[in-house]
Design a protein around this ligand. Structure first.
Ligand code: GLP
Length: 271
């Protein structure tokens, strides 16, 4: 697990955009897991700019979104499909057939969730998953108490999450109570995971996720068990971390690793 601390939200978002861009350049048919939420907006804006100004090619990229509100049609202004369309998909050259967002309008949610899992498998699994974090520690909509082995399913949102998301709706009563979300186990199968958290409101939960025990009470804490997960925080979100000086120290010294390896190669080869 790696912890990157950037000076502000803008830089944290750009870091995430850089990771995704690098992966698309390396593998044009990347399978990309996407998140909604205001934290992701900076990265999406930058990816759209790189497509427009730099020709970053999404034509072969396949996407899978984490979650969707149950009961909202894709045309609803607060649906996650609509969020993705407005903030990313309509600005890039992605093939519509390669976009996967759970449907909020399913008659058989359990059957739909199974088929979503199958589609991820059939695509070869998720190469890189972008995550945000809720104030209660959720990833996707995996609220506290979600099994750390859970799969895509319907979850009941907590009162805290409903209150947090009410800002996007006219009235709190309009916020859906249920969502379809990839499970914690589904998310953990992604080969590479980046979680972005910014702002002082995320400081306590970021500290719990990064430095607290691995627990279903803070589902983001499970990333501690992932072989290739990176938390990308801004200064405010990192402010409650006990080891933040050490994480900075690691970042400062990282470039030296190559230097040490070069020295060792030269020594071995007698150069
Ligand atoms: C929602 C989404 C999460 C997201 C969270 C944080 O609950 N289901 O995937 O991480 O919002 O949103 P924000 O970035 O707006 O704080």
């Amino acid at each position: 697990m790696e912890v990157i601390i950037e000076a502000n939200a803008e830089k944290a978002g750009l870091f995430a955009a850089n990771v995704i861009t690098t992966q698309i350049l390396r593998k044009p048919n990347l399978v990309l897991g996407l998140a909604t939420g205001s934290t992701a907006l900076i990265a999406y804006r930058e990816l759209a700019r790189r497509h427009k100004e730099g020709g970053l090619d999404f034509s072969k990229v396949v996407t899978f979104n984490l979650d969707e509100y149950l009961g909202l049609p894709p045309t609803h202004p607060q649906s996650y499909y609509h969020f993705m369309y407005e903030n990313l998909f309509r600005h890039i050259n992605i093939d519509k057939g390669n976009i996967h967002v759970p449907s909020g309008l399913v008659l058989d949610p359990a059957g739909f969730c199974d088929s979503y899992e199958q589609e991820i498998k059939a695509a070869g699994g998720i190469d890189i998953q972008l995550l945000g974090i809720g104030r209660d520690g959720h990833i996707g909509f995996n609220e506290p108490g979600s099994s750390l082995g859970s799969r895509t399913r319907v979850k009941t949102l907590t009162r805290e999450t409903i209150a947090d998301n009410a800002r996007f709706f006219a009235r709190e009563e309009e916020v859906p109570r249920f969502a379809i979300t990839m499970g914690v186990g589904t998310i953990m199968e992604a080969r590479h995971i980046i979680l972005v958290a910014t702002g002082a409101a995320k400081a306590d939960v970021a500290a719990a996720a990064v430095e607290g025990p691995v627990t279903a009470s803070v589902t983001a804490s499970v990333l501690q068990l992932h072989p290739d997960a990176v938390y990308i925080l801004d200064e405010e979100a990192a402010s409650a971390l006990k080891r933040r000086d050490y994480y900075r120290w690691i970042q400062e010294n990282k470039h030296l690793v190559n230097k040490v390896i070069s020295q060792q190669i030269r020594a071995r080869l007698g150069m």
